[in-house]
Design a protein around this ligand. Sequence first.
Ligand code: EPU
Length: 427
Amino acid sequence: MEVLKIEGGRPLRGTLEVSGSKNASLAILSAVMLSEGPMVLHNVPDITDVRNKLDLLATFGLQWNWHEGSLYIDASTLRPEEPPESLVRPIRTSFYVLGPLLARVGRAVLPAPGGCRIGARPVDYHLKGLALLGASIGLEGGRYVATAPRLHGAEVYFDFPSAGATQHLMATATLAEGITVIHNAAMEPEVVALARFLTAMGARIEGAGTSTITITGVARLNGCEFRIPADRLQAGTYLLAGCLPGSDVTVSGILPEHQLALVNKLGEAGADVTEGADWVRVRYNGRMRGIRIKTMPYPGFATDMQQPLSAMLTLAQGASVVEETIYESRTGHVQELNRMGAQMRVEGRAILIAGVPRLQGAPVEASDLRAGAALVLAGLAADGITTIKNVHFIDRGYENIEENICRLGGSIQRVANGGARSASQRR
Ligand code: EPU
């Protein structure tokens, strides 16, 4: 079993770039099934979620290969095979291949996706949306069996602006006959990235990035070449490291507007934040002030940044209140941070934090991806050694995390069977 071993207490200083966006890549790696032409994707992150998604695509007959860091994909031969549950259950975006399969081959059988440690994560919006586009979908023995001889445009309204359902429906509707309008659509940058990818393949989409998206169906999509934008959530995590005592971190190659909510809250907590056309710099020397945060759909404060920011707020002067409105149980970091000396408690949908002057290193366990990121930040801030178990969660979304942190002057190692090994051996 691998653990991350962190020696805390060192300031992080310097500039780094982050890899391509996990969530944009995963959405695009479902939409590739819509095209019959060759596709080339640049800047796809080398993370386990992407590798698992590619394994899933292979079960449908898609061919892909990496060449000099870019991903070459051929979806011209597509088979509506039933993938094994092991490839679908743990990865939520596996489910987003259902619509593209229906659009291309008219039927699909897919095991139901599982819940996870941050909440139940139902797929009802996806199912209702696909039904409106003309699909018949039934649940039989834990598998969704779907058919759609022909998909047609429809008016779709989501009760909540779900990122995944917006991406799934928008992609599927590109090959439906007629016009689809998605109301109360998610406005996340990853929705915009997917729309840009689909448009590059010949899709007709208007309004991506607003709450109403209009898609005019086309008969077929072509191949294209596309660059995945930088991961705003990895970027946000490293910017938070700029709030460690004495630290000064710049993340470049990003769009500062995607960091607006985080940057605003860091400013409120007293951090010194500056930005340019494609970079953001966070410096701090002292103790943050306690603040209130409420997670919201984009452009509100991202739920994915809630856990990493909570970790930093454990060391703030005064109290903080973190209200999680997106997921019912994204609180797996709380008890682990308390093991390190934090004073946090969960009350309903809120995490109440009483700031403490110091954290102490301790053996802790990641319960999910962003809880893992929170523990890494806490470990970097704490006195002494922190070891983090369940590194596989962190590997789902952070490429080269040890290299990046070491480059900034932090001390972090991946340790397997009692010995350290370099990250390059992981590839
Ligand atoms: N929801 C439903 N029914 C649905 C779909 C969603 O009730 O059919 C609910 C969810 O349970 C949740 C809310 O709507 O309470 C928002 O979920 P959303 O669909 O927006 O989330 P998602 O698409 O499943 C993506 C990211 C998450 C990120 C959320 C919110 C990917 C692969 N995942 O999930 O990322 O937290 O949007 O922005 O894109 C992460 O990166 O750590 C992560 C979990």
